[in-house]
Ligand binder design. Structure first.
Ligand code: GTP
Length: 603
């Protein structure tokens, strides 16, 4: 197929606006899958995605479409729709010339619609606005078109109206892709060059990598080099995804397809790498903005005998999800494990779910924390830490405040779109989370868009859930990283009978130390079973106790059998019991069942 007849595009949308449904319809209408084949949402391959109804891993499909008796190859690059995965959205768009901006005609513009628009706009892509779900009784295409015109300056004629579910208007989407998008700007006569933009692990073939060929052609048997690592490979197979693998003999510039070349190690398939023929060097393609992990959590095997299984499962999953970072970690209670870095909380949840479902690995995942920084002084200290600015990804390594000039915490710029009835509750939620409002815009008579500067640490755990519950599900949220700012951070230690339990410590803002301390003390009191000695559960910052709970001793009723018995005898027994308890307290060694520990460490 000549380059002029190729179109590369992506569908971007807020969660649940119907991206997968539209993709399925496009596949059906171009004959890639048969209608009513029973498997809805073909592109959501992973079990997690089916269960949660969200697209996690970008999937790609090549569609053949004939218009005015010319055959076109339309490469659909499916993108994930959640805030945590914006790097994957960005990555997928590097291979596209245009996007379909899909908006639910019932819900209207949402926070991710805005974010996605600006990502595409920033990359100079053609944007085709499409209203979906026009079959719904409550759909209001007129109002939502108005929102799109106000916010993004589209003209009424540009906006398509479809029902992805019923197929209404979907043919117009295919036509718009052909007519409005330019063919990829590529050169088939130049030496082979391609961008590696996705990969996954296959047990038999090693890494299967997805490429966008920008120059020349590549075929089975060719020897290629990955620029980043400088390694050589022989191509074993190439093909298109339609949406299942369809082997072809070669791939030419403009095409998007897969190739395998016996890549074995997880580190070899670098997302954003440039591929070329051996002995035919090319200039490097602009790589991707690398995704920085912002949320860290410990991962440990359920029991140490599963250590090796879990390690190999993690390694394999990482080949499929290069945004995750790994380092080894150990804990007295949980044994040997790893500390993994994720893009966000959903990313972490999806990763652990995939670990269990796809690799049958039972893992304990600890409560997440974000990355902090500290500026330290003193020649010796700087030398010890290897620099004057240190990065803290684990509260256990929080530096002594005595050597710190200032702590810094990561911020995000959050976009919230909400119906005005919930304005008050949304504002107080954001204030409570230490947010500061930056702007407020009326999208139409009901919808308001607000920008807040928020500490990442305040939104990483349950912000999204709270926002949804105070707005009956109507408010939407998206964020982008916004650098580090100085902040009053402290390390909150948890003590059991005066002994610090390092695994339970966390970094919090000074203003929240007491409330966080109280919460965790109460939770521990709930979880730790009563023992023969009294247990003091305390939260402390430095030497100062900020919260305390006491877990009363389990009182063995030694007098139970003595009802009605002699009073002095009864008293004697109770005294003896108290003495015994005192002794126990002296040698107090709290038995914390591992399960209880895990309960606290998990959120
Ligand atoms: P993510 O993968 O999470 O981003 O979701 P998505 O955007 O892929 O949404 P999906 O295609 O899974 O659709 C979400 C829900 O909307 C599903 O229950 C669909 O059946 C429904 N839906 C999609 N398109 C239409 C439509 O045109 N009309 C109606 N009535 N429902 C639709």
């Amino acid at each position: 197929i000549p380059v002029e007849n190729i179109r590369n595009f992506s569908i971007v949308a807020h969660v649940d606006h119907g991206k997968s449904t539209l993709a399925d319809r496009l596949l059906e209408m171009t004959g890639a899958i048969t209608k009513n084949s029973g498997t809805s949402q073909v592109l959501d391959k992973l079990q997690v995605e089916r269960e949660r109804g969200i697209t996690v891993k970008a999937q790609t499909a090549s569609l053949k479409y004939t218009l005015n008796s010319r055959e076109y190859l339309l490469n659909l690059i499916d993108t994930p729709g959640h805030v945590d995965f914006s790097s994957e959205v960005s990555r997928s768009l590097a291979a596209c010339q245009g996007v379909i901006l899909l908006v639910d005609a019932n819900q209207g513009v949402q926070a991710q619609t805005v974010a996605n628009f600006y990502i595409a706009f920033g990359k100079d892509l053609v944007i085709i606005p499409v209203l979906n779900k026009i079959d719904l009784k409550n759909a209001d295409p007129v109002a939502v078109s108005g929102q799109l015109r106000t916010l993004f300056g589209f003209s009424e004629n540009d906006i398509l109206k479809v029902s992805a579910k019923l197929g209404t208007g979907v043919e117009d989407v295919l036509k718009a892709i052909v007519n409005r998008l330019p063919p990829p700007p590529v050169n088939r006569d130049a030496p082979f060059r391609a961008l590696l933009f996705d990969s996954w692990y296959d047990r038999y073939r090693g890494a299967v990598i997805l490429v966008y060929v920008t120059d020349g052609t590549v075929q089975v048997g060719d020897e290629i080099v990955t620029m980043h690592s400088g390694k050589n490979y022989e191509i074993k197979s190439v093909g298109l995804l339609r949406p299942y693998e369809e082997p072809t003999y070669k791939l030419s510039a403009g095409q998007v397809g897969y190739l395998t070349c016996n890549m074995r190690s997880t580190k070899e398939a670098c997302i954003g790498d440039t591929l070329h023929h051996r002995n035919q060097p090319v200039s490097v393609l602009p790589g991707f903005k690398s995704a920085n992990p912002m949320v860290f959590a410990g991962v440990y095997p359920m029991d140490q005998s599963q250590h090796v299984t879990l390690r190999s499962a993690i390694e394999k999953l990482i080949l499929n999800d290069s945004a995750v970072t790994v380092s080894t970690d150990s804990s007295p209670a949980l044994g040997q494990g790893w500390r993994l870095g994720f893009l966000g909380l959903l990313h972490m949840e999806v990763f652990s779910q995939r670990l269990e479902q796809e690799y049958d690995a039972q893992a304990i995942i600890t409560a997440p924390s974000v990355t902090y920084k500290a500026r330290i002084f003193g020649e010796k200290n700087v030398k010890h830490y290897g620099g004057s600015e240190i990065t803290i990804t684990n509260p256990a390594y929080f530096p002594d405040p005595c050597i710190v000039t200032e702590f810094l915490e990561p911020m995000v710029m959050g976009t919230i779109i909400t119906p005005d009835t919930y304005l008050g509750s949304v504002l107080s939620l954001c204030m409570e989370r230490r947010g500061t409002q930056q702007s407020s815009t009326n999208i139409d008579n009901h919808l308001v868009m607000m920008k807040f500067l928020l500490p990442l640490n305040e939104i990483v755990v349950d912000f999204h859930d709270h926002l949804k519950s105070i707005s009956s599900g109507y408010a939407s949220f998206d964020y982008e990283e916004c650098g580090f700012v100085p902040s009053k951070l402290v390390k909150l230690n948890i003590l059991l009978n005066g002994i610090i339990v390092e695994e339970l410590s966390m970094v919090v803002h000074a203003s929240k130390a007491s409330s966080a301390g109280r919460k965790i003390c109460l939770k521990l009191k709930d979880i730790i079973p009563r023992q023969l000695v009294e247990i003091a559960i305390q939260a402390a910052v430095g030497g100062k106790i900020v919260a305390r709970e006491t877990l009363k001793a389990y009182r063995k009723d030694v007098t139970a059998k003595l009802y009605g018995g002699d009073v002095t005898r009864r008293k004697k027994l109770l005294d003896r019991q108290a003495e015994g308890k005192k002794k126990m307290k002296l040698v107090a060694n709290i038995k914390l069942p591992r399960e209880a520990f895990i309960d606290v460490l998990k959120r």
